[in-house]
Design a protein around this ligand. Sequence first.
Ligand SMILES: NC(=O)c1ccc[n+]([C@@H]2O[C@H](COP(=O)([O-])OP(=O)(O)OC[C@H]3O[C@@H](n4cnc5c(N)ncnc54)[C@H](O)[C@@H]3O)[C@@H](O)[C@H]2O)c1
Length: 418
Amino acid sequence: MEFDVKDLSLAEEGLKRIEWAEMDMPVLKQIRQRFSREKPLEGKKISACLHVTTETANLVRTLKEGGAEVYLTASNPLSTQDDVAAALVKYFDIPVFAIRGEDRETYYKHLKAVIEKEPDIVIDDGADLISTLHKEYPALAEKVIGGMEETTTGVIRLRAMAQQGVLKFPVIAVNDAYTKHMFDNRYGTGQSTIDGILRATNRLIAGSYFVVAGYGWCGKGVAQRARGMGAIVIVTEVDPIKALEARMDGFLVMPMSEAAKLGDFFVTVTGNIHVIRKEHFEVMKDGAIVANSGHFNVEIDIPSLEEMAVEKREIRKNVTEYKLKDGRRIYLLAEGRLVNLAAAEGHPASVMDMSFSNQALSAEYIVKNGNRLEKKVYRVPREIDEEVARLKLNALNIKIDKLTEEQKRYLSSWEMGT
Ligand SMILES: NC(=O)c1ccc[n+]([C@@H]2O[C@H](COP(=O)([O-])OP(=O)(O)OC[C@H]3O[C@@H](n4cnc5c(N)ncnc54)[C@H](O)[C@@H]3O)[C@@H](O)[C@H]2O)c1
């Protein structure tokens, strides 16, 4: 078997960690059991470009159980877990091409290795695989039945390709699934952001003023969890509807210029630039803690903070102290990068379980329906989203009601009034 991983002797450690993640991925497990019986992916080749982690290992195992021949490469050279790569090769016979810290040249060599397997289905995270396939292997791209994309950035690139008419096969934007957002953005980011702040600072959250900038999917999660730990949560927003929602959910709502004076903790989750900037640092309390959990490190205007500071030092791991002219100190966590990834461990496996279950069911959907789909980016079909939710409820041993025949008729008729 052809593969390229760092060290096969790491495999045993990797296997233990894959099994630990599996315990927290009950939805994928149920799909794997059905795939194992029904083999819906029989005879199909799947090339996947994903972060090589314990959760991904459980996805590729599932695809293989479904009958597919699976090849895995990394979607980011820095996120590869070498023990997991080794375990996939040694214990699951899955060819992996990924080494943590590999240079750009090796990264693309690995990407090409999985493309050259002539896949029927591709799975991407950031669209590097799909764009390389289109640019350098146009004949192989023609043969692909369809693909899936995991993240927002990738979906944006693929929509641009579809708009220009260059996309050669249909792609399902797994990123857009409701069950993905609900878990990843709301519950995952909510919990892991607080986890990152706690690991970095070990400060007590109860009784503090905790400012959350942005009340979208992620902001709602962070605000809920901070309140759960006893904080007085302040939300800042630019969208009047979201701001109203935050107020009706029981949070204080005010502009950042006001919140800046009160906050003990600040978290930005807006996807926007310079949400906390000079005018806000100028009025913050001594000891204010500032963190970001949005995708890019631009939400906090760090260059301004650097300019304002007379002294700067790393006071703890992932905590930079900025001393201002008047003696006030502001603490920036993880250099303004995603605090949940930089200072904690990112999302728990049960969060990735939802996203990867959408991936596995979308692969099955592509095999069944790929030939009649157009060459564009599709949302995850509603029935897949619902199936993922149903399997999760099943794992939690929760039963729900079913519409009666009378209710179905009532909901689809217009004649019946008061
Ligand atoms: N940390 C993680 O693991 C993780 C996970 C998922 C998403 N994200 C990132 O988090 C960010 C937010 O994602 P989301 O799904 O919540 O997006 P979203 O669009 O649902 O919410 C963003 C909110 O921020 C508000 N906003 C924009 N500019 C603002 C400003 N200047 N002040 C206050 N509010 C402002 C918007 O009105 C919106 O309500 C994105 O960058 C996303 O990529 C991070």
